[in-house]
Design a binder for this molecule. Structure first.
Ligand code: CP3
Length: 363
């Protein structure tokens, strides 16, 4: 089936083709806010065991798609984590309760970076590829499957800090005092991420998103050098035709990077994911017709009342206007304390309000 004939609203919107309502998916749509997720996670033992079990990873990938039904989510996202790459490169990965992810030992010296492996995604990350195969099989084309990876900069922050950080002191120290060492690490990560995403595409991922969660902690000069350039090199190397002969859109999501939309669009990506600190209407006018936009509701809206959720959804859709190329999403992921029923309200509002906007423009 050619993409032009595809009835997948999500893929159509990524390629800026006309749609009769705005497609929606939600970052971290599978996760702890869902009781059915918590149950499967307990069955797996822990989070990493869940990621490494293709059958259970498939189950939790599909949970939000099934829960919210037909006018719910217009795409599934592979259930995994960005940190499986550093683990496959040779660092030890643990998720400790309270502290978040730990990568040990933290990378501090050039010699340690030289020792990192270039994983073969088919074997070293075979559990991810099996999950992609299985999810596509069970989805049976109901909605498209999004694959993903962390960006080289975001992965490097976890690898050099040894986990999450508030100050980024180690990696910033490396950036200023040993930029060549950081470039060596980035070069390695460009290879690994490109290999990994191409493998996901071969196995059936129908779009891919690169998460640059920590791009926003860099100065403009450093963002260009240490985050944007490596991402652009990856975009260039991705296979843009998928396993079923359709174009595979590439989404760049760089949090806190609203100032760089034009530069991010010039990487050749199809879609820019934006957070809620950027005005969606202005963003559309800035990137013009080159690139679709994904986002960008403040996730905290899900703590608000039903009326308020509807009103904000309507305003966001109207800010983008009746143009092609919008995928509705939050500006960042779901939090564990959010109520799935509020998300259902938001999804219904997106379907109803966007159908109205698209209908009104036609008549
Ligand atoms: O969006 C989805 O539904 C797909 C699944 C997904 C997860 N992580 C599952 C997950 C995706 C796309 C990610 C990406 C990811 N992982 C990012 C980039 C996206 C972002 O949020 O900006 C980052 C920075 C990570 C690293 C990571 N993994 C962190 C910082 C944590 C939080 C630790 C904690 O205890 O909250 C994780 C764990 C994680 N990844 C969970 C889930 C559902 C929670 C794990 C659990 O069940 O306890």
């Amino acid at each position: 089936m050619a993409i032009e004939d595809s009835n997948h609203l999500f893929l159509r919107a990524c390629l800026r083709q006309p749609v009769n309502r705005t497609p929606v998916w939600i970052m971290r749509q599978a996760g702890r806010y869902l009781p059915e997720y918590r149950q499967v996670r307990a069955q797996a033992g822990d989070f990493l065991a869940l990621c490494k079990n293709p059958e259970l990873a498939t189950t939790v990938t599909l949970q939000p798609v099934e829960r919210f039904g037909r006018f719910g989510l217009d795409a599934a996202i592979l259930f995994s984590d960005i940190l499986v790459i550093p683990e496959a490169m040779g660092q030890n990965l643990r998720f400790s309760t309270g502290e978040g992810p730990l990568l040990e030992p933290p990378l501090t010296r050039a010699a340690e970076i030289e020792k990192l492996r270039r994983p073969d995604p088919e074997t070293d990350l075979g559990f991810v590829m099996q999950a992609v195969d299985e999810i596509r099989r069970i989805l049976n084309d109901r909605v498209p499957l999004i694959g993903f990876s962390g960006s080289p900069w975001t992965l490097a922050t976890y690898m050099v800090e040894g986990g999450s950080s508030k100050t980024f002191s180690r990696i910033k120290g490396m950036l200023y005092d040993a930029p060549d060492t950081l470039h060596r690490l980035q070069d390695r990560l460009v290879d690994c991420v490109a290999d990994y995403l191409n493998a996901q595409i071969r196995h059936g991922a129908q779009a891919v998103q690169i998460f640059d969660t920590w791009g926003g902690v860099l100065s403009p000069r450093d963002f260009r050098e240490f985050s944007l350039t490596p991402m652009a090199r990856i975009v260039e190397r991705l296979d843009r035709i998928g396993s079923d002969g359709q174009r595979v859109p590439v989404i760049l999501f760089a949090k806190g990077c609203g100032a760089f939309l034009e530069e991010m669009a010039s990487t050749g990506c199809d879609v820019l994911g934006i957070d809620w600190t950027t005005d969606l209407g202005k963003a559309r006018r800035r990137v013009g017709v080159s690139t679709a936009l994904q986002g960008n509701m403040d996730p905290a809206l899900l703590y608000a009342s039903e009326d308020r959720i509807r009103q904000e959804v309507r305003e966001l859709l109207e800010a983008f206007g009746p143009h092609p190329g919008h995928i509705f999403n939050l500006g960042h992921g779901m939090a564990p304390d959010m109520d799935p029923d509020r998300l259902a309200i938001l999804l219904t509002a997106v379907a109803e309000e966007s159908s109205r906007i698209h209908r009104d423009t036609k008549s």
